[in-house]
Design a protein around this ligand. Structure first.
Ligand SMILES: Cc1ncc(COP(=O)(O)O)c(C=O)c1O
Length: 395
């Protein structure tokens, strides 16, 4: 009998997906199979409607201003690249603000533009205990030439959930666009684009939105699209008589044929979330957080990073156990218990520097999803207790 497989790496990509996701993808592949906007026949029109419906569902889930302002992307990094690079005019010297907790999908586009000599960047510090950003540091870092503030809403290392509304207010008062990386928050916690003051929101479709890999989106606040430089041009199926990129949404930012099969799956994932209710899913996530924190509270030699209570966090945990290197711990969890986790630096080098784990191999990460149960989490914390009680020397 193959060992039980408990997937706790939902921060990388979610698994399993609701059954409707696969069904929608199979239906597209077997019944439609056309490219949206590229034909007047039924299948192409229906594919177009399917894509439009996905935008509508995203607009409902995030309280956006207009479905056409959700641009489909390959993943979250793709959306963040468009948001961050699109706001910078290389012909003038600019300044950008990000934070130490950010993922490389924010840090690296900024670093690249620094190296081209286009921008200067301020990397705001975080509290090493909680992983929280200090909003006043963001306020103080704003300069007359600041073109964007970028922030990871929920950390993929510590699970820390940042005070996005407060930072949104600071950005709005200063008239600086706020770019939010919602890779670990979209589908986990409620996000209200209008109330939170978010100008640009990037999210993967394949994590908590429960779509397949190869999907994601960037939301662009109405009015900002003219300030945002498209990074790619190409065919859109619209105003084909012109060799200039359309300036209307969403075509301005969506050259090339869509990932219709992926969007079919994503749309179903979002429908499932809307049907369940995001508040209910967030409450389930918090239940798992509580179960995990209770389960590890008495384990000697275990360090858990980030917020130590249910406040300001999502169900993403970084831990270390004395005597085990993070990759060793992940390997034991997989081979002896069938528990799948991720070890290392998690594409967030400055976050690990801040919490003090950069030079020792990072951490072992557990991340939950809507189909993970409290019993699953208890099984994982019992496994950690057993492993910690048979302490091994670090290799
Ligand atoms: C916080 C954060 N931002 C961005 C990304 C990048 O997402 P994607 O792989 O969809 O580009 C990830 C992925 O792990 C993430 O955790």
């Amino acid at each position: 009998m193959s060992p039980r497989r408990l997937y706790l790496d939902n921060a990388a990509t979610s698994f399993p997906k609701p059954p409707g996701v696969t069904e929608a993808m199979v239906r597209y592949a077997t019944e439609l199979g056309a490219s949206a906007g590229r034909g007047a026949y039924r299948e192409a029109v229906e594919t177009g409607s399917l894509i439009t419906e996905c935008r509508r569902r995203l607009n409902r889930l995030f309280n956006g201003q207009n479905p056409d302002h959700f641009i489909f992307t390959l993943n979250c990094s793709d959306g963040l690249n468009l948001a961050i690079k699109g706001l910078i005019d290389p012909r003038e010297q600019s300044h950008a603000i990000c934070t130490q907790i950010d993922h490389n999908s924010i840090l690296r586009p900024l670093r690249a533009m620094e190296e081209y000599g286009w921008i200067e960047t301020t990397r705001a510090p975080i509290d090493p205990g909680t992983g929280l950003v200090y909003p006043d540091d963001i306020r103080r870092a704003i300069r007359p030439d600041t073109r964007l503030i970028a922030l990871t809403h929920a950390s993929n290392v510590t699970g820390t959930l940042q005070p996005i509304r407060e930072i949104g207010r600071i950005a709005r008062e200063a008239g600086v666009p706020l770019v939010v990386d919602a890779a670990q928050s979209a589908g986990h916690v409620p996000i209200d684009l209008q109330a939170d003051g978010i100008d640009l929101l990037a999210a993967p479709g394949h994590k908590a939105l429960l779509g397949p890999l190869g999907t994601g989106f960037l939301y662009i606040r109405a009015g900002l699209e003219t300030q945002l430089r498209p990074l790619k041009e190409g065919g859109t199926g619209s105003i084909s008589e012109q060799d200039r990129q359309p300036d209307f949404m969403p075509d301005r930012f969506e050259p090339g044929s869509h990932n219709a099969i992926g969007i079919a799956g994503l749309s179903e994932g979002v429908r499932w979330i809307l049907q369940q209710g995001i508040e209910k899913l967030a409450a389930h996530d918090l239940d798992l957080v509580r179960t995990f924190l209770d389960g590890i509270s008495d384990i000697e030699g275990l360090t858990c990073y980030g917020p130590q209570g249910v406040k300001n966090r999502v169900g993403v945990f970084s831990i270390r156990i004395d005597g085990y290197a993070p990759h060793e711990l992940s390997a034991i969890l997989a081979s002896s218990y069938g528990i799948l986790t991720r070890s290392g630096i998690h594409c967030a080098p400055l976050a690990h520097e801040a919490i003090g784990t950069a030079s020792t191999g990072g951490t072992t990460r557990f991340s939950f999803g809507p189909f993970v149960t409290k019993q699953d989490v208890k099984f994982a914390t019992d496994a950690l207790a057993q492993i910690a009680s048979t302490r091994a020397p670090v290799a």
